[in-house]
Ligand binder design. Structure first.
Ligand SMILES: Cc1cc2nc3c(=O)[nH]c(=O)nc-3n(C[C@H](O)[C@H](O)[C@H](O)COP(=O)(O)O)c2cc1C
Length: 176
């Protein structure tokens, strides 16, 4: 069975991106999911001096080892001030110090959700441009804007947004 690793780019306990990931995972059958919560990998702020003095935190090594076992990724990014959240950026900075090809050239469905009308388009655009340098093979991107209008009780309730996601999942699944 193929193993898909899901990561929300958020450390919020009530993360809307975690909710979108749960819903998306429920649309895929016959795959194994490993859900990574960044709160389980608390890291110091990356700095070259810190790394030189202290080496690689154990939590980064643990995370890299798990990521290495993935056949594919579904990532959903929260947007803070038009870009990655600090916790997500910090995590990928650390991971890139072990292996620049963080995403191992495995298929990725890249998503973003936000309460606003732009649906995290800034962070999605950033990641779409930069993740390939980190070894991402992005199959599809998906944005869910106006989250609290379009998502209720664990589901996308707006038909068009639901159908678009289902189509993207089909395409992603074919790459597994
Ligand atoms: C510091 C901060 C900056 C934010 N900046 C943006 C932004 O640039 N664009 C946006 O759509 N939402 C922004 N938001 C709102 C987030 O999209 C919202 O908090 C969302 O729930 C974050 O996703 P999460 O719940 O998965 O953490 C910001 C929120 C915070 C706390």
């Amino acid at each position: 069975m193929k193993r898909i690793i899901t990561i929300a780019g958020s450390n919020s306990q009530k993360s809307i991106n975690k909710s979108l990931l749960s819903y998306t995972s429920g649309l895929l059958d016959n795959v194994e999911f490993i859900s990574i919560d960044l709160n389980d990998y608390i890291l110091p702020i990356y700095g070259v001096d810190f790394e030189a003095e202290n080496g690689m935190p154990t939590a980064v090594k643990r995370l890299d080892e798990i990521i290495h076992t993935a056949d594919a990724f579904i990532i959903s990014l929260a947007e803070h001030n038009g870009s990655y959240t600090a916790v997500f950026k910090n995590t990928i900075d650390w991971l890139s110090r072990i292996n620049m090809k963080i995403w191992r050239e495995k298929p990725m469905l890249l998503m973003a959700a936000s309460p606003g009308g732009r649906g995290g388009s800034g962070v999605l655009q950033s990641a779409s441009l930069n993740f390939p340098f980190l070894g991402a093979k992005i199959i599809e991107t998906y944005s869910l804007p106006s989250f609290y209008d379009n998502f209720r009780e664990g589901e996308i309730i707006e038909e068009n947004f639901r159908r678009v996601l289902e189509g993207k999942i089909d395409r992603f699944f074919k790459e597994l």
